[in-house]
Design a protein around this ligand. Sequence first.
Ligand SMILES: Cc1cc2nc3c(=O)[nH]c(=O)nc-3n(C[C@H](O)[C@H](O)[C@H](O)COP(=O)(O)OP(=O)(O)OC[C@H]3O[C@@H](n4cnc5c(N)ncnc54)[C@H](O)[C@@H]3O)c2cc1C
Ligand code: FES
Length: 551
Amino acid sequence: MRGTGSSRSLWMDTAPRPEATRVAPHPGEPAHPSDLDMDKGLAFAPYSLVDRDRPADVVVVGAGIAGLTTAYLLAREGRAVLVLDARDPAGGETARTTAHLSNAIDDRYSFLETQVGEEGARLAAESHTAAIEMIGRIAAQEDIACDYRRLDGWLFLAPGDDRHLLEEELAAAHRAGLTDVDLVEDFRLPANYAGPALRFPRQGQFDPMKYAAGLVRAIRALGGQVVAGQRVTSVEGGEEAIIHLADGHSLKAAACVVATNSPVIDTVAIHTKQAPYRTYVVALRVPRGSLEPALWWDTRDDYHYVRLQAAADEQGDDILIIGGEDHKTGEAQDHDQRFLRLEDWARRHFPMAAETVCRWSGQVMEPFDGLAFIGRDPANTANILIATGDSGMGMTHGTIAGMVLTDLLQGRANAWAGLYEPSRKPARNLREYLKENLDVAREYAFGGYRHEGGTDITSEAAIAPGGGGVLRIGGQPVAVFRAEDGSLTRVSAKCTHLGCTVHWNGLENSWDCPCHGSRFAPDGAVLAGPAVADLAPVDASGEPVGPPPEP
Ligand SMILES: Cc1cc2nc3c(=O)[nH]c(=O)nc-3n(C[C@H](O)[C@H](O)[C@H](O)COP(=O)(O)OP(=O)(O)OC[C@H]3O[C@@H](n4cnc5c(N)ncnc54)[C@H](O)[C@@H]3O)c2cc1C
Ligand code: FES
């Protein structure tokens, strides 16, 4: 699978890759759209790109859990759906998740109440609970063997935290309607924790790639289509939605759902209300059956999240998966130390843990109030919908997106739509909201403000083979990558979304933008939005090479 970074998650290598069409060829036509004999732009007949006999009326952009669930639920109601992904289906953050299915809200109910009130917190609990159940139902109905199971989740205290915190959260969870959550006094981890913990019953877990592969299969069986390698560059709303592709072609549809994790169609609207964070995961072997499966979270601010993946066969070991060590995108280079700290934490609390089998990282978008943005795109017309702001709960938020967006597109009322309304404003968490935006403003003003002169190195000689760095050439920040053979690739370090300076991510071998989370390959090719254009190539004196990036 072509991913969005160098590290590989446990699922990328163990689960079947969701197979997508690279454009379903019409009899007698070549397999790739750019080879087809057709007009460019809006004159292009709608949907003939994929299959003229089955025109789509809803185009879903992005084949992660949010896009695939939406497409599946719409297809089940008879809508003709076409899913387009710039890369392979489920190759984005869905491939990098740890796939806890939880209604425990990672920002906690006591915080959520301060943002959306008691009724809002109740709706959040109801929707996440429904999402856990919906995933189980879809897996059963579509016969998707994705290791889905229900199990307890435990929230326990991080060192220095007081039981008062758990008592507050228990009361808030009960007010939100989760009356079966209880406080257990003598909870124990295998080592280094004995004390109180909150038990959230009937949480869930699954293998996200097996599930995504099953969704793709089910969408197809319902007459929908999933197409890989189609980057969408913009979408116009109006009577019809017009979807522009990177290869210059366009499609029309009655409606368009943009589920690209971070919307690629908004310049500003949504992006001031969420911030990108990197998060790290290690997977360690533990003897089969040595731990009772559960989900575990501590109360640390960048909390540890832990689960077990059962052995694949009778001879194999179980795998303990631990995540955490988050930081704002672009703000850290100490990836190895973060992995080591996770492994150390894992071995102190789970002494049966043996060698590490896998380490990876990924990105989450943190919304200002802890809830996703799902619904009509505030910067567009009614037939353009978005799902973003996944937080560390994107498996359930993505599934809620499927349910809410399907109702909206089917003209039905949805009880949760108001809670997740993308146009909502940060009425109460203003301080955090202003701080995140101040960070962004600093990035614009100083271009990597933590470094003198807005760069992180002063000469290309400082870049080791396989590494990258930003330096100022000809007055411009330039992102320089040195390949293993010593050759250099230079691109403008100005992110093509809104111009913040990108930072080198030496773990994933990518240029990451700290402002809104766009990511680019070493040669500047866009990996993840909101940017849709590549970083512009420049020469040794910092001058642009060739035409400016499209669009
Ligand atoms: C390490 C880690 C652990 C996590 N753990 C959990 C957890 O335990 N539980 C939980 O609920 N959540 C968790 N999350 C969050 C969850 O994984 C994500 O929120 C979720 O996978 C996001 O799904 P998505 O569909 O929104 O985005 P993605 O899966 O990223 O899908 C977006 C798709 O859009 C495509 N795309 C992007 N731009 C374009 C374009 N211009 N044109 C066409 N296609 C485009 C991409 O190629 C991609 O396939 C975790 C995340 C990480 C990184
Ligand atoms: S992602 Fe917005 S400026 Fe880079």
